[in-house]
Ligand binder design. Structure first.
Ligand code: XMP
Length: 513
C-alpha cells in the first residue's frame, strides 16, 4: 500500500472507529499511541495524520501532548475534539477550560465550504455528535472558521495555507451524518490518497513482510487453538515461509467434545503440519482440588506456557513467536490511561515471548475481528471457523463451577455438544454471541421412572452482544429451550435438571467464573 493514514490516540473511546472509517474508504490506517516520536512518524511515512479525541484538558498537568514540530512536516493533519483543542493550544490559540460538558447531538452550520467540507454546501445545517467539556475560544493565527454550532463558535476550523484542520465534533461516530464525507474529503481531497487497501493487498503485503523479516535459516513457532485468529496467523506465516513455521497445538484437557480431532483434521486440510501435544492429564492433575476461578485461570495459563516452552525447545533455530493479537487486545494493554481494574484475567499466555527469548510476529495487530474474518474468507477457511462463537482460553474449566474433574468434564462436554447442535439446527447459533452449557456444583432431587434421582444441574447461557463488554440474555423460543432441556436430561447421564440463565452483563458476566 502506498497510501497510509496515521491515527494518534489521545485516549478517546472512539479512536478505533476513526481507523475503521478510513479503512472503509479503501485506505490503510493504523493507530499509534500519541507519544510516538517524530522519527517513528516519519518512518511510517503517512499521507495524513489524525489526532483523536481524548478525556483530558490541554491544561491538565499530565495532559498528553505532541511535539509541535509535527506541524512542520507538511503532512496534512486533522484534529478531532481534544485533537483540535491541542492544535489550537500548541499553535498559540486559546482553549476555554470548562466544567460543563456538551454531550450528544448538535447542529453545525457550514460557513465556508473548503476542502474539508467539500460538497456540504455553505449555509446548510447538519446533525453532529459532540462530547467535550473544553472548547476552542480563540483561534491561533492563520486559522479561520469553517463551521459553528450554537455552543461551539469554532466547530470546524482550518489553517489558511497549511493543511491543518480541526473539528470539535466526532465525525467517526454514526450519529454524525456528514462524518463519512469529512473523512473522504480529508483522505482523498486533502491527503491525495488513492484507495489501494483491500484484503488481498493486505495479505500480499503481510506475507512479503514476514518473508523479509524471517531469515532463510530461521524458524517461527505459533500456538494454534483452532480459532480464527491463530489459524489465520498461522496461514499467513505459512504462506511466507512454508514449513519453517511450526504450529503447536496443545490439548489442555478442557476442550469441547471432539475438538482436538476436528482441529487436527482442519489443519491438515489447510496444509499445516501441526505439532500436537496431548497434555490433558498434566492439566487435570494440576487442577485437582482447585475451586477458585482466578486460580484455575492462572494454573491453565502457566501450565500452557511451561508445556509450550518445553515443546518449542525441541525445534532448532526458532527465533520468532507468531501470535494472533488483534487491535482490541493491543489497546487494552497500551492504553496510556493505564490498565482498568481486573474483573477476570484474560491474558492467557502473557509473558511467553520474554520467557522464551523470542521475537514477535503479530500480523493481525492492526485489525478488527470482522477484518480478520474477511481475510479468513480470502484464505479459504470454512464458514464454521470464520463464524465460530468465541471460546475462552481456560475452556470448560471456567464452565464447571468449583473443582474440575474428569467425570464433570464428560458430563459438560455432552451437554455442551447438545446445546451447540440444537443452536445450529435451529439457525440460532450464528445469530447470538455465545451459547453454551455450564455445570453447577449442586445436585438436586428428581424422579425418573419410579426411581428417585439425585443428580447435577446444567445451566444454559445464551447471550447477544456487540463486543462482550455488555451483553443480554437471548429470548430463545420456548420450543427450543424445551428441546434443549429434554435432550440434555434424557441423553446426558448424571443430569436431571436444566435451568436457563436470564442475567444481563452487567451486573453478571457472560461466563459464570
Ligand atoms: P465475561 O465472562 O468476562 O466474558 O463476561 C467476556 C468474553 O470473554 C470471554 N472470556 C475469556 N476469554 N480467556 C479468554 O480467552 C478467559 O479467561 C476468558 N474469560 C472470559 C468470554 O467467553 C466472553 O466472550
Amino acid at each position: 500500500m502506498k497510501y497510509k493514514i496515521l491515527v494518534l490516540d489521545f485516549g478517546s473511546q472512539t479512536t478505533q472507529l476513526i481507523a475503521r472509517r478510513i479503512r472503509e474508504q479503501g485506505v490503510y490506517s493504523e493507530i499509534n499511541p500519541c507519544f510516538v516520536s517524530l522519527e517513528e512518524i516519519k518512518a511510517f511515512n503517512p499521507s495524513g495524520i489524525i489526532f483523536s479525541g481524548g478525556p483530558s484538558s490541554v491544561y491538565d498537568k499530565d495532559a498528553p501532548k505532541i511535539d509541535p514540530k509535527i506541524f512542520d512536516l507538511n503532512i496534512p493533519i486533522l484534529g478531532i475534539c481534544y485533537g483540535a483543542q491541542l492544535i489550537s493550544y500548541l499553535l498559540g490559540g486559546k482553549v476555554e477550560k470548562s466544567n460543563k460538558r456538551e454531550y450528544g447531538p448538535a447542529y453545525i452550520e457550514i460557513l465556508e465550504e473548503n476542502k474539508l467540507l467539500k460538497g456540504l454546501g455553505k449555509g446548510n445545517k447538519y446533525k453532529v455528535w459532540m462530547s467535550h467539556s473544553d472548547r476552542i475560544e480563540k483561534l491561533p493565527e492563520g486559522f479561520y472558521t469553517l463551521a459553528k454550532t450554537e455552543h461551539s463558535p469554532f466547530a470546524a476550523v482550518a489553517h489558511k495555507i497549511k493543511p491543518i484542520y480541526g473539528v470539535q465534533f466526532h465525525p467517526e461516530v454514526a450519529h454524525t451524518e456528514i462524518g463519512l464525507q469529512i473523512f473522504k474529503n480529508f483522505v482523498f481531497e486533502i491527503c491525495k490518497c488513492q484507495a489501494d487497501w483491500n484484503m488481498p493487498s493486505f495479505i500480499e503485503k503481510t506475507v512479503e513482510e514476514i518473508r523479509h523479516k524471517v531469515k532463510a535459516n530461521e524458524r517461527v513457532i505459533c500456538a494454534l487453538s483452532g480459532g480464527i485468529d491463530s489459524t489465520v496467523t498461522a496461514l499467513l506465516v505459512h504462506k511466507a515461509i512454508g514449513d519453517r513455521l511450526i504450529p503447536i497445538f496443545v490439548n489442555n484437557g478442557v476442550l469441547r467434545k471432539n475438538e482436538p480431532e476436528e482441529v487436527l483434521k482442519l489443519m491438515k486440510e489447510l496444509g499445516l503440519k501441526v505439532h500436537y501435544v496431548d497434555a490433558s492429564a498434566i492439566f487435570l492433575e494440576k487442577l485437582k482440588g482447585v475451586e477458585d476461578p482466578e486460580k484455575k485461570r492462572r494454573i491453565i495459563g502457566e501450565t500452557f506456557i511451561e508445556i509450550f516452552e518445553k515443546e518449542g525447545k525441541k525445534f532448532e533455530k526458532v527465533v520468532y513467536l507468531a501470535q494472533g493479537t488483534l487491535y482490541p487486545d493491543v489497546i487494552e494493554s497500551v492504553s496510556f490511561r493505564g490498565p482498568s481494574v481486573t474483573i477476570k484475567t484474560h491474558h492467557n499466555v502473557g509473558g511467553l515471548p520474554e520467557r522464551m527469548n523470542l521475537k514477535l510476529i503479530e500480523p493481525l495487530r492492526e485489525l478488527f475481528k470482522d477484518e480478520v474474518r474477511k481475510i479468513a474468507e480470502v484464505l479459504g477457511l470454512p464458514k464454521h471457523i470464520i463464524w465460530r462463537q468465541p471460546f475462552p482460553g481456560p475452556g470448560l474449566a471456567i464452565r464447571i463451577i468449583g473443582e474440575v474433574t474428569k467425570d464433570k468434564l464428560d458430563i459438560l462436554r455432552e451437554a455442551d455438544a447438545i446445546v451447540t447442535e440444537e443452536m445450529l439446527k435451529s439457525g440460532w447459533y450464528y445469530k447470538v454471541w455465545q451459547s453454551f452449557a455450564v455445570l453447577l456444583p449442586i445436585k438436586t432431587v428428581g424422579v425418573m421412572g419410579d426411581y428417585r434421582t439425585y443428580e447435577y444441574v446444567i445451566a444454559i447461557r445464551c447471550v447477544e452482544s456487540q463486543d462482550a463488554m455488555t451483553a443480554d440474555w437471548v429470548k430463545l423460543p420456548y420450543e427450543l429451550l424445551e428441546r434443549l432441556s429434554n435432550r440434555i436430561i434424557n441423553e446426558v447421564k448424571g443430569v436431571n435438571r436444566v435451568v436457563y440463565d436470564i442475567s444481563s452483563k452487567p451486573p453478571a458476566t457472560i461466563e459464570w467464573e
